[in-house]
Design a protein around this ligand. Sequence first.
Ligand SMILES: [Zn+2]
Length: 192
Amino acid sequence: MMEFVESDQLLGTFVPIVVYWVYSGIYVLLGSFENYRLHSRKDEDEKNLVSRRAVIKGVLLQQAVQAIVATILFKVAGDSGGVATERKASLVVLARQFVTAMVVLDTWQYFMHRYMHQNKFLYRHIHSLHHRLVVPYAYGALYNHPLEGLILDTVGGAISFLVSAIWEQIQLFTAILCYMGSNSWDLYALFA
Ligand SMILES: [Zn+2]
């Protein structure tokens, strides 16, 4: 149990869910300051085509799918006592992986979201569900069609996870080659 608690799996799977609800909860509380609201409470109640309860249920479902995919991904990537935990990553490496993952995920989501607006079929049958929230709730970011959640968030998250890990390996390999000098492409030198 302790191994699991301390593992990257816990951080990667459940921390994003906790952060999502805590962070959006702060905005829900800030919503009580009427003067600073972008939309009135009346608009929120009248314009939205979906109830708060349905939004919360939809988001929880989405997060359950994400947790399952993340668990599978960690198993495949060989976490829990594997290479990742044995090699303690430095803060610089972590920061680099974090930035890489953010850039990859944001780029993926931007273009997929844009395409869902351009493609009328996808908009009508999939993405319009997300825009039933005319006045967004802070916790409604992940409220969308299950297929959209899978493509934008779950697959996007998996891609950013893999790219940041692979990119780190490339960086490491490049660093080794640089350290060996510009004429060191001879792999023999690695073992000499
Ligand atoms: Zn949209």
